[in-house]
Structures are given as structure tokens and as C-alpha cells.
Ligand binder design. Structure first.
Ligand SMILES: [Zn+2]
Length: 83
């Protein structure tokens, strides 16, 4: 295979998910809703959310939870423009 072919085989960006969303997709609907509700609740510290989801298997770091809270995840931004 030529280098040109290899370079032109760009993996599609559409549909690419960040690790947090891949993990969220493994949850049931209720848990997903509960997660985003907690993310919107300013009374709940990011650290508490992160520790809680980590305890049930989330592989992400606290910084990842924080960036999602601020809607700063680049992968998510590319994926959904309507929030
Ligand atoms: Zn994301």
C-alpha cells in the first residue's frame, strides 16, 4: 500500500466519541439522565460526581468530568452542535 493511500485514509470524525460518552452509552437511560442532572446541579462538586462514577466503572479522570461540565470537550463539540 502506498504512503499516499495510507495518508488519505482519514478516519471519519463524525460519530467519534470521547471516552466519557462511550462509557455513558454503556449506562441505562435513567443513569445517563441522572448523570447529566448532577452535572447541571451546581450544588454537587465535580469531584463528588467523578468519584461516584469512577466507583461504578468510569475510566475517565476528574479533569474530563470538569471539561464536560463546562462543555469544553472537543470530541463532544464535534459530535453534537445542538447540545
Ligand atoms: Zn466528550
Amino acid at each position: 500500500m502506498s504512503l499516499e493511500t495510507l495518508l488519505n485514509e482519514v478516519p471519519p470524525i463524525t460519530g467519534k466519541q470521547c471516552r466519557l460518552n462511550i462509557w455513558l452509552d454503556s449506562l441505562n437511560e435513567d443513569d445517563r439522565v441522572a448523570f447529566w442532572k448532577a452535572m447541571d446541579n451546581e450544588q454537587i462538586p465535580t469531584r463528588h460526581i467523578w468519584r461516584t462514577i469512577r466507583s461504578i466503572g468510569c475510566p475517565n479522570q476528574e479533569s474530563s468530568v470538569r471539561s464536560h461540565r463546562r462543555a469544553e470537550c472537543i470530541s463532544c463539540e464535534k459530535r453534537n452542535n445542538n447540545g
